[in-house]
Design a protein around this ligand. Structure first.
Ligand code: ADP
Length: 212
């Protein structure tokens, strides 16, 4: 289920009830210069979706508790494919020097390394490149496959995975980025990238959807 999108009028009703509840349907209608009958479908939607509670002879009030339940539900429904970024890949034979330049030009913190068939072979982080730069003079002669973290040690996710599962992998494995992969017969094709920034964006989208 995707998060419910409220229309402008429903947003206004929610605001009025938040500030003035409990408030009767009649009073809400008055504030909006509309008739009670016009508002009836909107009030029904807001009540059914759990944003509002209605009590006979008291009126409508804002239901914080149910909204929390719907936040949890929306959170569990966030998918990797809805938040992933474009992956930046380099070839195994690219030099460390060129990989550093590439990282700056593409403005990413992690590069994924692929073989000739474009299958995932390795991961290069900022610190991998820094570590090599401190210890070595000839960055233009070392290919990245010497210093990368390689398969099968790479943690990845799939685009249909729940974003929470990907977030947990980032934290548990203490890495900044996961390749999003599509499993083929003889390797993993890279179709996306999930970083801590994507997770932060998802967090903000939840707050916005639920008017938190
Ligand atoms: P940084 O080193 O810039 O802090 P990371 O925390 O992402 O960035 O990387 C730490 C180490 O983990 C690096 O050696 C990197 O190659 C490796 N690494 C990064 N992402 C992954 C991943 N998805 N799977 C396995 N290893 C990874």
């Amino acid at each position: 289920m995707s998060p419910i999108e409220l229309n402008k009028r429903q947003d206004k009703i929610l605001q009025i009830v938040k500030e003035n509840g409990p408030i009767t349907g009649e009073q809400i209608a008055e504030r909006l210069n509309l008739t009670r009958a016009t508002l009836r479908p909107d009030l029904a939607i807001l009540t059914m979706a759990g944003f509002l509670d209605a009590r006979p002879r008291v009126g409508y009030f804002y239901s914080g508790k149910k909204t929390m339940a719907s936040v949890t539900e929306s959170m569990l429904n966030l998918k990797v494919k809805d938040f992933q970024s474009v992956p930046v890949v380099v070839s195994e034979n690219m030099t460390v020097y060129d990989a550093i330049v590439h990282m700056f030009l593409e403005d990413v913190g992690t590069l994924f390394v692929v073989d000739q068939k474009s299958f995932l072979q390795g991961v290069l982080s900022r610190k991998d490149l820094l570590r090599t730069s401190i210890g070595t003079q000839n960055l233009s002669q070392i290919p990245v496959h010497i210093i990368m973290t390689r398969m099968p040690n790479i943690v990845f996710c799939k685009k249909t995975d729940s974003l929470i599962v990907a977030a947990k992998k980032l934290i548990d494995r203490q890495v900044d980025s996961l390749p999003v992969v599509n499993e083929k017969e003889d390797g993993f094709e890279i179709v996306g990238r999930i970083t801590k920034t994507n997770i932060t964006k998802a967090f903000i989208s939840l707050a916005e959807t639920h008017d938190l």
